[in-house]
Design a protein around this ligand. Sequence first.
Ligand SMILES: Cc1cc2nc3c(=O)[nH]c(=O)nc-3n(C[C@H](O)[C@H](O)[C@H](O)COP(=O)(O)OP(=O)(O)OC[C@H]3O[C@@H](n4cnc5c(N)ncnc54)[C@H](O)[C@@H]3O)c2cc1C
Length: 321
Amino acid sequence: MSENRGVWVFSEKHDLALEILGKGRELADKLQTELAAILLGFNVQTKADELIKYGADKVYLVDNQMLEPFQIEPHLGILHNLATNNRPEIVLIGSTRNGRPLAARLATRLETGCVPECIRLSVNDQRILVAERITYGGSASARIAFRTKPQIVTVPARTFEKPQPSDRRGQVIRLDVKVEEPRTTIVDVKPVEASSVRLEDADVIVSCGRGLEKKEDVGLLDDLASVLGGVVGNSRPLAEDRKWFTEWVGLSGHKVKPKLYIACGISGVIQHVAGIRDSKVIVAINKDEQAPIFEVADYGVVGNLYEVLPALREAFKKRLA
Ligand SMILES: Cc1cc2nc3c(=O)[nH]c(=O)nc-3n(C[C@H](O)[C@H](O)[C@H](O)COP(=O)(O)OP(=O)(O)OC[C@H]3O[C@@H](n4cnc5c(N)ncnc54)[C@H](O)[C@@H]3O)c2cc1C
């Protein structure tokens, strides 16, 4: 049987697919092989051209009404058939709510391995993919090499920089394939209440933790965030226990990469820090000088956030006026 060849990228989130293409291009160049994007959806032809601009040599396109909205079986069936017929070497899948189970089930069907939530990827001299991921609740990172192919990994949003688009040419292969029937029916889709700017996209995040006493005090963070053109984030207990928010930052929440992350009254245990370590600058405000957040902070203020936040706001307001 022929050897596995080619690097593939798939995400049902188009922006994430574009991001992953940058890393896919790097791996494909190192392996001297082609980079293909898999595009599954309905009325998605224009996205195929964009995938090429962002680095794909080839796009396998299935345009079918049954692919919208996302249901796992139709996507899985197509990816499985494509991979069985074309034998890629590496498959990079966007680590989303849909992408993670898709990758795991694809790996099971193909009887191969799957590494979820990879933060670094490289190939060694034996053409083996080496994937790195955070493990043990954020206190260690593991480097994992594959023993079977295709080598399937999932990649979270904002792990790799989106490449610059260029005027490249590529091949779009339209496939007219039988789409597997989904085994479930989507009865209803309701948007969840969320802030207007996604935390992953924010350049500035002012985040609060259990050091904040009352829900109304979130206003203090809102005030500073609005002066800095940022958004408010929070640690998990403020969402899970106090129900002030629906989302949080950290290992089990949003992994963020802002230019500036201000942690207010957050102790900075590993599960929180795992979600913020890629921030460019971290500022911590905490009244306990032993708080672990100061170990990862670039700047630290030991003090009461109820005094520090209004003072910071005034100082920035004057500075930015
Ligand atoms: C499997 C698992 C996954 C998890 N995932 C996440 C995750 O994704 N994100 C996350 O955040 N947590 C996560 N957690 C929870 C995590 O372990 C911590 O419990 C949580 O991060 C603590 O939140 P905190 O820092 O807000 O609260 P605390 O640890 O209670 O810290 C509060 C801090 O506020 C300071 N403080 C108090 N008053 C003031 C004041 N007036 N001024 C200044 N400072 C003050 C205190 O000194 C203290 O350091 C997870 C836990 C588990 C088990």
